[in-house]
Unconditional design. Structure first.
Length: 178
């Protein structure tokens, strides 16, 4: 894929501008997620994932360079904080709350929602949900009640490739090693 420098500049796909572009992307993701939560509530479902729930906030998570740029922009002094002990997300505080909530990555913004995607091999729709919310029968939900992951993930990959030349992911804990 080739994207002209002019296009990159005008669409915020430069290392200097990517954090602002990502904040716009996050605003669209957040709005869509809020719509799904509202739709689920209208159907009588309440998600159990909320502030203080950190059971899925684990060490193995990675983020893109564009997501890292948002963290560095909104929380420039985060490296002065001690990372949470190994086993949990390094950005959690001692009470299980996210210290970078405004800059939290895409995966954190969508986690807990009923998810749907197209399996590339079998070409069938797959669905999943956080185990805390498994009382919701995800197979009976309308597609609009689920987060369709592939569209946003493709957009995120394009932003990274256009800005940094690759879609490399960075382990979150590695921030303290840079």
């Amino acid at each position: 894929m080739h994207i002209s420098e002019e296009y990159k500049q005008s669409h915020g796909m430069t290392p200097e501008k990517i954090a602002d572009t990502m904040l716009d992307f996050y605003a669209r993701v957040d709005s869509a997620c809020e719509g799904i939560v509202k739709t689920l509530a209208q159907q009588g479902h309440t998600l159990k994932c909320m502030a203080g729930c950190c059971q899925c906030c684990i060490d193995d998570l990675s983020i893109t360079k564009a997501e890292a740029a948002v963290i560095e922009k909104l929380f420039p002094a985060f490296r002065s904080l001690n990372p949470h002990p190994s086993g949990a997300c390094p950005f959690l505080d001692d009470h299980g709350l996210c210290r970078i909530y405004a800059a939290r990555p895409y995966i954190c913004r969508t986690h807990g929602l009923p998810m749907r995607w197209l399996d590339e091999t079998s070409q069938t729709e797959e669905r999943d949900i956080c185990f805390l919310n498994d009382d919701i029968d995800i197979l009976s939900l309308e597609p609009t009640s689920c987060w369709t992951s592939q569209t946003a993930e493709i957009q995120l990959s394009i932003l990274n490739i256009a800005t940094f030349g690759d879609a490399e992911r960075i382990p979150m804990r590695s921030f303290w090693e840079i």
